[in-house]
Every structure is written in structure tokens, then in C-alpha cells.
Design a protein around this ligand. Structure first.
Ligand code: C2E
Ligand code: CA
Ligand code: CA
Length: 736
């Protein structure tokens, strides 16, 4: 086999400096024409005839084969042969036709054009054969003058070129479709952009190198372009502003592309995508090759497909951001932190989780404005970030940060120290204090979301102890919490299964010695049969918001009991009912009370509500208004545990009560010192209020109180709190 180029010297030099690009490009861009003939003279003649000629601005490169077998091998091995000029008659009469049949069976040979030549003028293949084998031309050798050969070859090459373009277009479109589907599966902007780079290179059949995607923000934020993906020698620029690219030509091209909002084909290729949501992307590919018209068309199709994909990705990113990012600080939020906690591998060494709560943040917000509050958060975050290099920082609540990191960073001493010096905020030096709850994580184990709960529990404990302190979660804390949760569940199911009931403690008029009323006291017998003290479960019910439901139940049951007692003839008795502050805070408390009174047909003046002094601590005026409304409907108010609060005297201005109850502790100490009991009794007299003594256990106490002018008393000396049946029995004995 003999391969002769039409410029032999040039060919040799190509071989010598192998793939040197400039020449390679020329070399590649000649038309390859295969001459198949067993007669060497025909080869020479063809060579001579076509020497120096150009078709469509490209030279012709002849490849020579002297037999059918050789021709087939060359066609198989050489890419891009445009035309084969074939002798019909070679070894056998129709060896040429046999070659054509075989050629057409080779994959990808459809665009190869064929010119048949024969030495014998009389011999011509059937028209059918010509059509069937897609033969371009048929000429006798004598007909093939230089001009005729050139014309025939030009037609064949043009036809080849067109077919080739259609072929490329088809496979290009297939690639675009494939690229689009692949890219649409990419989640995340960086992955998507890297995918665009990759697919674009594949489309243009170039190395994924020197590719940059730049993006500007949405319409509200046309910031400077950012590099979001890069390949090859530009990969170090990912996540940097475009201005960091120190190649003015490329930078200029990208900027121009964004300005002119169209694809640019000089200075490499800059592909412009704009999206429905106002985002803009430029994909830049460094290439010296001219981008052909049909490729440009493909790139446009690619571009519009990508814009849709890009929109999807942006939408997805935004959703993900909303779900996982704190909008103010752009750091992980609670959701993300929970994910990180449960994903975080049990790395070596001790790790800790901490919650940092900024003290008094809401008053900073209220007094200095939200903008200032935001500045505080930003500054606290900056300090955390600058001092904790190995930890994840998240904002898990308006004024709470969550930290996950090595114990060398996330520890009480280090974190508290960060709040020692003042923070520079809007030109002021502001002292910020923070309270911290910490949990030491178990070594080598991924943490579970309980960690957050535990840290919050430790935080609560820290706040309880002292603001600006830090407390580590302990197992004991955990046990207390578990008990409380258990209790809360119990309270819930007790409400459902009506396991709460009331007992009634008689109150005695010290003037007549006869019962004047009853105090309703709540009882709960849990599943295990134990009686749980209201002193224990009521604060818990208040904290968990269950107290309102329970309180309503108490009001109803007590009123129902009173109406029954009245039916039995005990019409003088007054029912005292304890109400919690939280019940009173309900907007429709008074209406609800009136309804209950109506429902059970009890006169309002036979009901007394017992409240504690602390009720007026928050908003005394509002409390006063509410209590006045209650008194307006005829229901009396008693101040329970009087004397134990700090503000006993001043509070009387705000609580329109008709009765004071002397706390049990003052009755207990009466034998040694009765001064407080005396003062309260004097106060009641002066203010025109009745006084009841609680916790009277002895006859001496009873006599002393009666002598001091106390109107009413209750306590074990008279009776313990009684269940329904015992109560009726007791009443029958006393009243006879
Ligand atoms: P309180 O209103 O001061 O009720 C008086 C408490 O003293 C009752 O305890 C009663 O059993 C107890 N007691 C009565 N006489 C004596 C005595 O002579 N000696 C001694 N040592 N104790 C006596 P209890 O029933 O355990 O109630 C405790 C607290 O729970 C009540 O104190 C009240 O603040 C609250 N509470 C009870 N029932 C309710 C209710 O239905 N609603 C609300 N909001 N709180 C309630
Ligand atoms: Ca009471
Ligand atoms: Ca009391």
C-alpha cells in the first residue's frame, strides 16, 4: 500500500513534527479522496489532474488503493474519506461493484460519495445498481478529462459535505437532548454549571478545559459576575468573582456577552443563557476553531434548553435555601443543623454541641430597633466565625446560635470568653451577654436529634442559675426531664379519661362555729394509683398550657357540686375555687364563668375565686380591670396565701378583693409570734375585707384566731379535704 499525499514534502514534515497543531489543522481540513484502480498510471494521471486544485477553499488529498481489499481496509481505517473514485473492472469484471456493496455495509460510510470509472465505454452498471448503492457519477476513463474530473469531484464533495453536516447535526442534536436530560437531573447550581461545561465540550469535541460559567444575580441584585464552575486550568477560580480572572481577553468577552446578551464567537466561544427568573449565565469555552454555522445553531438549541434547566436548578436552590438557610446570616438554620447533627460522623476526639442564647435580645430589638438587632446578630456571628475555625455555626432561633464542633473549640470557657469584650455595633461599643447550654457528644457515635433538646434543657438550667453562665447537660437533668415528660403525658391522658376529681375542705365561720363554705381542691390519682400533689402537677400543667382545660373542668365541677348541695338544702355555703393566672389571661374568661354559673344555676355571690398576689405582677392595671368585671357579676375574690408575696401591701391597690387568706405558715408560727396574723387581720378590718385563716390544726390556734376577730378558718382541726361521699356525711353530722 502506498499513500502519497498531493504534497509529499508537506506530508513528510507533518509526520516529522507529528501533531503540531497548525499543520494538523490544515492537514485535517483537506478533502480526502480515495482513488481505487489496479493501474498505477491511472493513479498518476489522477494525481496529475488534481494537483494544486482547491474545492470549497480546501485542498484535495489523494489516498491510493490498488485492489478491492486494499480499498476496503483504507476506508475502514481512515476517517472522513469524502469521495472514492473507483474502477469498475479490477481483478474481476465487477470487482468494483463488489467493493461498493461492501463499502455501503460499513457503518458510517453512508456519506462517502462514489464516482465510478471504467475503461470500457460499453460497460455501464444498471440504473438500479447506481441508485441502490448511492453512486454519484459514472464516467468512462476517456470522459474524465481534468475539467470533468474536477467538476464531478466538486459535486461529489459538496454532496458529501452536506450529508456530513446533516449527520453531525443529527448526532449533535442527540447529544443536546442527552445533555439536557442529564443536566436536568443535576441538583445544585455548581453541579449544574460543571455539567454545562462538560456537555458543551463534548458537543464541540474539545477537551473540558478553559471553561468558565459566570452568573449575575437576579434583577434586584445585578452584582458582578461570579465564577460558578470551571474546568482545566481555570478550576481554581470557582466561587470567585469574575474580576479575579487575570485574562483580560476572556474577562472582556464574558462581560461583553453579558452586556450584549447574545452568543459571541470571537475570542473563543461565549454562550449566553438568560432565564425566566432574570438570572444570567455565560459559558465560556476557549477554542481557536471557527464555530461552523450548523454548530452555532446547535449551540443555540443547547442554550435555550439549558436556560430551562438552569431555572429549575435556581428554583430548587431557592427552595433548599429557604428550607435550610438562615435568611439574615446565610448560615445553616435549625433544619440544617438537625440534619448535620444526625449526619455528623463520629470523628475522633471529643465533640460538643452548644446553644448560645443572647440575653435580652428582645429588649435590644424593642428599644433599639430591628436593624440594630440584626447588626447585633451579625456581629455575634462574625465573632463566632472568627474564633471557631473547626465548628459549624448555625442560627437555630431568633436569638440563638447552635454550634457543633470539637470540644477544644466548643466549650464553656472559650465560648463565654468571646462575650467578655464589647462588640462594635453601628459605631458603638455594646456589651452583649449570652447564656450557654452545652452537651458533650458521645465519642465515635453520630449524634441524635435529642442533642438539641438536651442542650436546650441545659440552657434553661443556665438561665435559671444566672444569665451569662454556661451549663453542661447531665444525665440527672435528663432524668428529671423524662419524669416531667412522663408526668405531662399522664396529665394529658388524665384529662382525656377524666382522672381528675375534686375534694372539698370545709371552712368554718368563727362567729357561729358552723360551716360557711368549702374550698374545692384538685386531686389526681395516676395510672399507678398514686395521688399526685397539685403543688407538683399544677405548675407543670401551667407551663405546658394544659392548665386552662383543667381549670375549666374545676370551675364546672365545683359549680355542679354547689348546685347539688343547694338542692340538698345547704344554700348558705360559699364555694371557693382556686384559679390560675393563666386561666385569667384567657380573653373570654369572664364570659365562660358567667355561662357556667347560668348552666348550674348558682348565684354568683356563692362563688369565690382564690387568686395569688403574683397575678398582678405583670400588668396590674389590666388585672384590676379584669377582677372588677368579675366582681361586677357578683363573684367575690380572695387573695390566697396572703403575706408570702413580696408586694403584699402595694398590690392591694390593684386587686379588688373582698377577702384575704392568711397563709398557713403564719398560723403555724402564731404560738411563738402572732404579729403577722395580727397585722393581716388589722389590714382586713381597715380595708373592709373579710379574713380567713388557713391550716388551722389545733384548738389553740382556733381560739386565738377567734379572739383576734378572724371571721373564718379552715384546716385539719375542723376537717381534711373530703371526697364527695365523706363531705355529705360530714355536713349531715355538723348541721344535724
Ligand atoms: P392552697 O390553695 O393554699 O390550698 C390549701 C392547701 O393546704 C391544700 O393543699 C390543703 O389540702 C392544705 N391544707 C388544708 N388544711 C391544712 C392543714 O391544716 N395543714 C396542712 N399542713 N395543710 C392543710 P393541696 O390540696 O395539696 O393544694 C395545694 C395547692 O394547690 C393549693 O394551695 C392551691 O394553690 C393549688 N390547687 C389546688 N387545687 C387547685 C385548683 O383546682 N386550681 C388551682 N389553680 N390550684 C389548685
Ligand atoms: Ca386556695
Ligand atoms: Ca393557701
Amino acid at each position: 500500500m502506498n499513500v502519497i499525499d498531493n504534497n509529499e514534502n508537506e506530508y513528510l514534515s507533518i509526520l516529522e513534527d507529528s501533531v503540531e497543531t497548525g499543520l494538523e489543522v490544515n492537514f485535517r481540513k483537506s478533502w480526502k479522496v480515495l482513488v481505487v484502480d489496479d493501474d498505477p498510471d491511472v493513479h498518476k494521471a489522477t494525481d496529475f489532474a488534481l494537483r494544486g486544485l482547491m474545492i470549497e477553499d480546501r485542498p484535495i488529498r489523494l489516498i491510493h488503493a490498488y485492489s478491492a481489499a486494499e480499498a476496503l481496509k483504507l476506508i475502514t481505517d481512515t476517517r472522513d474519506i469524502a469521495v472514492a473514485i473507483l474502477d469498475v473492472v479490477m481483478e474481476t469484471e465487477d470487482a468494483g461493484l463488489a467493493v461498493i456493496r461492501q463499502i455501503r455495509q460499513l457503518p458510517g460510510s453512508q456519506s462517502l460519495r462514489i464516482i465510478l470509472r471504467t475503461g470500457q465505454p460499453g460497460y455501464a452498471p444498471e440504473l438500479d445498481t447506481i441508485r441502490h448503492f448511492d453512486i454519484n457519477d459514472y464516467k468512462t476513463k476517456s470522459e474524465l478529462t481534468r475539467t470533468r474530473l474536477y467538476t464531478s469531484l466538486t459535486t461529489a464533495i459538496r454532496s458529501y459535505n452536506q450529508m456530513k453536516k446533516i449527520d453531525e447535526m443529527r448526532s449533535g442534536l442527540e447529544m443536546v437532548v442527552k445533555a439536557s436530560t442529564e443536566l436536568n437531573q443535576k441538583r445544585g447550581l455548581e453541579l449544574f454549571a460543571a455539567g454545562v461545561v462538560e456537555q458543551l465540550c463534548a458537543l464541540l469535541n474539545i477537551e473540558p478545559e478553559g471553561l468558565i460559567c459566570a452568573q449575575t444575580g437576579g434583577p434586584e441584585d445585578k452584582g458582578s459576575p461570579r465564577i460558578i464552575a470551571a474546568a482545566g486550568r481555570y478550576s481554581s477560580l470557582i466561587e470567585q468573582p469574575l474580576t479575579n480572572l487575570d485574562n483580560p481577553a476572556i474577562r472582556g468577552a464574558i462581560e461583553r456577552c453579558l452586556r450584549e446578551m447574545c452568543n459571541l464567537y470571537d475570542e473563543g466561544l461565549s454562550l449566553y443563557f438568560s432565564t425566566k427568573n432574570g438570572g444570567e449565565l455565560v459559558a465560556f469555552v476557549e477554542t481557536d476553531e471557527r464555530i461552523e454555522e450548523n454548530n452555532r445553531h446547535l449551540l443555540e438549541v443547547f442554550g435555550s434548553n439549558m436556560a430551562v434547566g438552569f431555572d429549575n436548578v435556581v428554583l430548587y436552590e431557592r427552595l433548599r435555601d429557604q428550607a435550610y438557610l438562615d435568611p439574615l446570616l446565610r448560615i445553616p438554620n435549625l433544619n440544617k443543623m438537625l440534619e448535620l447533627i444526625s449526619e455528623s460522623p463520629g470523628i475522633n476526639g471529643d465533640r460538643c454541641f452548644a446553644v448560645i442564647d443572647i440575653d435580652d435580645f428582645s429588649s435590644i430589638n424593642d428599644t433599639l430597633g430591628h436593624e440594630f438587632g440584626d447588626a447585633v446578630l451579625k456581629e455575634v456571628y462574625r465573632t463566632l466565625r472568627d474564633n471557631l475555625n473547626e465548628s459549624v455555626i448555625s442560627r437555630i432561633n431568633s436569638d440563638t446560635f447552635g454550634l457543633l464542633g470539637p470540644a477544644s473549640e466548643v466549650n464553656a470557657v472559650k465560648l463565654l470568653a468571646l462575650f467578655d469584650s464589647p462588640f462594635p455595633i453601628q459605631g458603638n461599643e455594646l456589651r452583649i451577654s449570652a447564656t450557654i447550654g452545652l452537651v458533650a457528644l458521645e465519642k465515635g457515635k453520630p449524634a441524635d436529634p435529642e442533642v438539641l433538646k438536651n442542650a436546650n434543657l441545659a440552657l434553661k438550667q443556665a438561665k435559671h442559675t444566672k444569665r451569662g453562665s454556661a451549663v453542661y447537660f447531665s444525665d440527672e437533668m435528663g432524668n428529671i426531664m423524662r419524669d416531667r415528660i412522663h408526668l405531662l403525658r399522664g396529665i394529658r391522658s388524665a384529662i382525656e379519661s377524666q382522672k381528675f376529681f375534686l375534694v372539698y375542705q370545709p371552712k368554718i365561720s368563727l362567729d357561729t362555729g358552723k360551716p360557711s363554705g368549702l374550698e374545692a381542691l384538685l386531686r389526681w390519682q395516676n395510672e399507678e394509683g398514686e395521688y399526685i400533689s397539685p403543688d407538683y402537677f399544677i405548675p407543670l400543667a401551667e407551663q405546658s398550657g394544659l392548665m386552662v382545660i383543667i381549670g375549666n373542668h374545676v370551675l364546672r365541677s365545683a359549680c355542679w357540686q354547689l348546685s347539688r348541695l343547694r338542692e340538698q338544702g345547704y344554700t348558705s355555703l360559699v364555694m371557693s375555687i382556686n384559679v390560675s393566672q393563666l386561666q385569667l389571661q384567657e380573653a373570654d374568661f369572664v364570659q365562660g364563668l358567667e355561662r357556667i354559673l347560668q348552666d348550674y344555676n348558682v348565684p354568683p355571690d356563692k362563688i369565690e375565686l382564690e387568686i395569688t398576689e403574683s397575678i398582678a405582677a405583670d400588668d396590674p392595671r389590666k388585672t384590676r380591670d379584669l377582677l372588677l368585671k368579675i366582681r361586677e357579676i357578683g363573684v367575690n375574690i380572695a387573695i390566697d396565701d396572703f403575706g408570702t408575696g413580696f408586694s403584699s401591701l402595694s398590690i392591694l391597690k390593684y386587686i379588688p378583693a373582698g377577702r384575704l387568706k392568711i397563709d398557713r405558715s403564719f398560723i403555724l408560727e402564731m404560738e411563738q409570734d402572732d404579729s403577722i396574723a395580727r397585722i393581716i387581720l388589722g389590714l382586713g378590718r381597715n380595708l373592709g375585707m373579710m379574713v380567713t385563716a388557713e391550716g388551722v390544726e389545733t384548738g389553740d390556734q382556733y381560739c386565738a384566731l377567734r379572739d383576734l376577730g378572724c371571721q373564718e378558718a379552715q384546716g385539719w382541726f375542723f376537717s381534711k379535704p373530703l371526697e364527695e361521699e365523706a363531705l355529705y356525711k360530714w355536713l349531715r353530722t355538723v348541721f344535724g
